[in-house]
Every structure is written in structure tokens, then in C-alpha cells.
Design a protein around this ligand. Sequence first.
Ligand SMILES: *Cc1c(COP(=O)(O)O)cnc(C)c1O
Length: 368
Amino acid sequence: MSKTNRPPDSAKLLHPGGHAPGDPLAPSLSHASMFHLPSDPAPGQAVYGRADNATWQALEAGLSALEGAPTLAFPSGMAAITAAIMARLKSGDRVLMPEDGYYATRQLVQQFLVPLGVRLVLRPTLGFAEGGFDGFAVVFIETPSNPGLDLVDIAAVTAAVRAAGGLSIVDNTLMTPFGQRPLALGADIVVASDSKAPGGQSDVLMGHVASHDAGLMDAMRAWRTLSGSIPGPQEAWMLLRSLATLELRFERMCASATVIAERLAAHPKVQALRYPGLASGAEAELVQRQMQRPGFVIGLTLADKIAADGFVARCPLVEAATSFGGVHSSADRRARFGDAVAEGFLRLSIGIEPVDALWRAISDALEG
Ligand SMILES: *Cc1c(COP(=O)(O)O)cnc(C)c1O
């Protein structure tokens, strides 16, 4: 691991400092929309709730400790992605996105920005660098891709994008800063949905952006304030509470996913299995180089729709639900949402259940 790729500062997250005697240890929750303002505001003074909130600031201090860079909180992953895209794109620009990544990201550009003159180019995640990056204002990278779990070489692609004069945005939702550090690998902006593992309890939607570029951060902050795409204080507080245990949960989820993926790969009912921890050849070398952990999401292909739906219905420890990253294992048959995957493909998200009990439930449900 290179020096710039050091692990997140979770001690700083847990001990942010800056307190006075009598201050509560737990962050307080501020709902204020108005602030006393007798004269011209001093620099940094809170003025209005659409621009200023103490609970966001506490959350952003925690997120910044994890990202090792300045961060801004948003009310969902898509709100964060929108801010990152709007920070730079203008009419006439070309943007490159994965054709097999998170569907809402490309649909956002297709439905709202293409009519305003943005040109969208889509490529498969596998071979993303083929064709080069000349002429793209923004290159959007998702690795591992959701749901196919294909990989992009972040260091190679972000360097090539920068050399071609473009901006790179990496969606790090599947990995969190404990699994992968795109900014250290050269990304200009990291975006993430914190509705997944960072929240972890399936009860909050949030997202964030992170960047070392002050101009980009100013633009994304202005986007948030002017568009009003602001987190609710309650959700910010809930996410901050969850962040304290993210490393523990993520470690457990990744360790269990490794065990489950190995056993699934050897199971006769499994037609195909995709998991970064079981990659081979050049892909394994890339996993080794750019990922600190293999993640908790497994791409599992069973015979067909009936086999996949039946498996999930029979398994008491795997909830049938879309989204992922909760403390409870869950599975989503992605073809039902139109992803270009096999009818029997499940995106299996491994939770924090005791791994032996989880495997027993999974293997019993596979037997039918
Ligand atoms: C879920 C997800 C998003 C969107 O996040 P929301 O919080 O649902 O808006 C973006 N990218 C990826 C990879 C995701 O999995």
C-alpha cells in the first residue's frame, strides 16, 4: 500500500476533538433554519439553514476523516452524483459513462442533460479504457460495477483522463473508503451513496462527494445551496452515528462474503459467480493493487428466474429487497429492473450474521 493510499482515519472519526468542558460526547442534532443575525455576517457564521447546519458539519468532519479529503454531504447518492456532474459539465461537453453501471446515473444524464446539449457516450466496464479518453470533459468510473462487479484500473484510467484534459469522477459506493481509496489513486472527485453500507441499517438515504480540488468543492457546495439539494439534519445525524461502526461492519461483511463466495463457487446449483475476492489472472492483480478488501457484494447466477426467486424466498437469512449494504443479508434479482444480466442473476449483499448460520441457511435454500 502506498503512503498516499493509507487507511481511513477512523480514530479521528471517533475522537473529532475541539470540545469544551460540559460539551456532550455525542454530536447534537440541530434543526435550526434561522440564526440570529444582528449585523453583517462574519466569515463562517451560520446564516440560513439551506446553506449552514452544524449537524452536517459534524458529519462532514467524520466523512472527511474517512476520505482523507474535504467532503460535502447530500441527501442521497444520486444527489451527490448530480452535484459532481453539474460541477463541471456544460452544453456541448462529452461525458463518458459505463453502460453497465448503476442505471440511475446514466438515466439522469440521458433524460435531463442530453436535451440541454450534453453528449453521452457509453462503454462497457470491461475494456473501459479502449478507445481512449480524448475529447471527454467528464469520465465517470464505477468499480466494481453495479451489478456486474467488473473492474476498472482507477490509477491508469484517471491518469489517462487527466492527461487528456478531462475530469474523473469515481463512484465508490460498493467499496466505501475502507475498501478502496479512489482519490489516492488519482480521481478528481469521489461520489458515494451512504444509503448502503455507511448507513448500514436500511433506514436512511444519504450520499457524499469528496475532492482535494477547492474549485470543484466550491462548485459542488454552490450546487447544493442553490438547488436546495440538502440533507435533512436527522438523516445526517443518523449517518454520523452509523459511521462509527462502519469499519467493524464492513470488515465482518467482507470476511463473511469471502467465505460464502468460496462455498457458493463450489456449489453445483451455482451457474456463475462473480466476486472480486475470487478474481484470477490480471483481474486478481488489479484487486490486489487497488482494493484493500474484496467487498461484501456477490454476483450469483442460478439456473433461471424461478430458481433465483425460489432460493431467496426459501432463505430465512437473506431478505428479498433491492439496495445492499445492510447489517442483514439481502438479494436482488436484477433482471426484474432491466439490468443486462441473466434472469437468474442475484446481487447478493452479505450482512453481519454469524457466517456459519448464514451459510447453513443459504445452502439449505439452494437445495430447495
Ligand atoms: C445506490 C447507488 C447509487 C444511488 O444512491 P442513492 O442513495 O440510492 O441515491 C449510486 N451509485 C451506486 C453504485 C449505487 O449502488
